[in-house]
Design a protein around this ligand. Structure first.
Ligand SMILES: Cc1cc2nc3c(=O)[nH]c(=O)nc-3n(C[C@H](O)[C@H](O)[C@H](O)COP(=O)(O)OP(=O)(O)OC[C@H]3O[C@@H](n4cnc5c(N)ncnc54)[C@H](O)[C@@H]3O)c2cc1C
Length: 455
């Protein structure tokens, strides 16, 4: 087995959570290794072709990425207000990957791609390192403190942490691959939406006639088209998508529409389900593009530009921590003494068994307790991002990227402090973590009066 070194901090997974956690740890003085199974930096944020943070991005590494992307013309950083919450504007996923590469390289984080973590090196209940598979065989690396930012909680599970899956076992939110269509005539599309408002659940902007592809077009969002899908079916069109509505959103590129429309129900931890999902979601994207060209104005000369290369997994393991964030917490703007970030991300549920999409505002937001990052029964490990300790409804809010980044910033700072003091993250003074985050400009969510600027 090849030895890859001994670090202060190892972060597993280079999605937004792993990127933020590793940069924050390195900035806080730790020597950090970031280990990623794929060849993509940014996870769902870039490889999943996201283009909007579902919530306000607080100061910290994620915000710095957005500002850098804006300087390249790849983000607008313009607050958008929707009935279910306030967002930090639009970004282009490839520009996001560019600025992630720049930021990681400038920070000095060691990066290892194409290295899938397969096991945990344990000493009793204490995590000491990771084993991963590379092209040339297994590798091993050690650290004083480790962060699981794999989205799926792979490292925590290998280390023996307990976890929950979905609302009940095997009923997780469906997988979806975003895809992008270019050369859409947005003026014609917006005209079509205005004329067919009765067939749309939401359409924005809804305040007048279509204009040119500028600020107005960037705010475009439409959800529905059920009647037209039904008409297509009765015309004999082969609609193979297991949902009868689609979401269209503008992107940063001229004439771009980004689609949240495909769906596969399955368990993303099961290799057979993953394989089927990867194939079926592509077939669905081809089908939806054919449908749009035939039935919706503006798509006649469009081209299917790309289908997200990273499988769009919404939900897998949620690691059980010292505290489980609950639906009551997120719905009642709960604040906590040990909060490490105030999140205003809406509850966003794609029902596992049905067709319903639930978007629910969380008002001024809720604090995320540091205890949600501490897996019960395992030492030297923090979790960040999608796999933190939460119930299914709270998860539907914390899974959004602004909340993932809050947990990652805190995990990075905490891991660096624990490594430096050579103590368990569980034994840290939360006040010290909060002080560092506060200095970075993070609104913590400790006090009922706190608000996220811009929300
Ligand atoms: C279809 C879809 C649409 C969404 N839309 C939005 C949206 O509009 N706005 C929003 O804010 N949020 C959205 N979300 C939610 C959000 O994208 C994710 O929850 C968030 O990006 C998760 O970030 P993460 O870093 O925790 O995980 P991920 O982005 O999943 O990153 C995890 C990384 O870890 C790597 N990894 C996994 N296992 C291992 C292992 N064993 N070894 C090594 N590496 C490993 C993966 O390859 C990946 O790169 C959406 C999610 C989906 C699926």
């Amino acid at each position: 087995m090849e030895f890859f070194g001994e670090y202060d901090v190892i972060v597993v997974g280079a999605g937004i959570s792993g990127v933020v956690a590793s940069v924050a740890a390195q900035q806080a003085g730790a020597r950090c290794l970031l280990v990623e199974g794929s060849g993509i930096l940014g996870g769902l944020l870039s490889g999943g072709r996201l283009n909007r943070p579902n919530g306000i991005v607080q100061p910290g590494v994620h915000k710095e990425l957005l500002v850098r992307a804006r300087n390249y013309g790849g983000a607008d950083d313009a607050i958008q207000r929707w009935p279910w919450g306030t967002y930090s504007g639009l970004f282009d996923p490839e520009v996001m990957q560019r600025v992630i590469i720049e930021t990681l390289e400038e920070s000095g984080v060691d990066i290892l791609l194409y290295s899938q973590v397969t096991d945990a090196v344990m000493e009793g209940r204490t995590l000491k390192g990771i084993v991963f598979q590379t092209k040339s065989g297994p590798g091993v690396a050690y650290a004083r403190c480790l962060i699981d930012a794999s989205g799926d909680g792979d490292l925590a599970a290998r280390a023996g942490a307990s976890f929950m899956l979905g609302a009940a076992e095997e009923t997780m939110q469906p997988m979806t691959n975003y895809f992008r269509i270019l050369n859409v005539d947005l003026v014609a599309l917006m005209g079509d939406c205005q004329a067919n408002k009765h067939d749309l659940t939401n359409v924005y902007p809804d305040d007048g006639l279509p204009r040119e592809n500028g600020e107005y077009a960037l705010k475009f969002f439409a959800n529905g088209f059920s009647e037209r899908i039904s008409k297509a079916r009765s015309d004999g069109f082969q609609w193979i998508v297991p949902r009868d509505s689609i979401v269209l959103k503008a992107g940063m590129l001229p004439g771009e529409i980004n689609l949240n429309a495909t769906r596969f129900h399955g368990n993303a931890l099961d290799p057979r389900d993953r394989t089927r999902a990867a194939i079926e979601l592509r077939k669905q994207a081809y089908c939806i593009h054919d449908f749009l060209r035939r039935y919706v104005d503006g798509f006649q000369n469009s081209v299917l530009y790309d289908i997200a290369p990273t499988l769009g997994v919404r939900e897998t393991r949620r690691v059980i921590g010292d505290y489980v964030l609950t639906k009551e917490d997120v719905r009642t703007e709960a604040r906590f003494d040990d909060a490490i970030g105030l999140s205003n991300c809406p509850i966003d549920i794609h029902q596992p068994d049905g067709r319903k999409l639930i978007m629910e505002s969380v008002g001024n937001g809720y604090g995320i307790p540091f205890r949600c990052l501490l897996p019960k029964g395992v030492e030297n490990l923090l979790v960040a991002g999608r796999c933190i300790s939460s119930d299914p409804v709270a998860f539907s809010s914390t899974r959004n990227t602004p909340a993932c980044a809050l947990t990652a910033e805190a995990a990075g700072v905490a891991a660096a402090q624990a490594a430096k003091a050579n103590i368990r993250p569980r034994d840290l003074e939360v006040r010290d973590i909060q002080e560092s985050l506060h200095k970075r400009g993070v609104v913590l969510g400790t006090d009922p009066q706190q608000r996220i600027p811009g929300s």
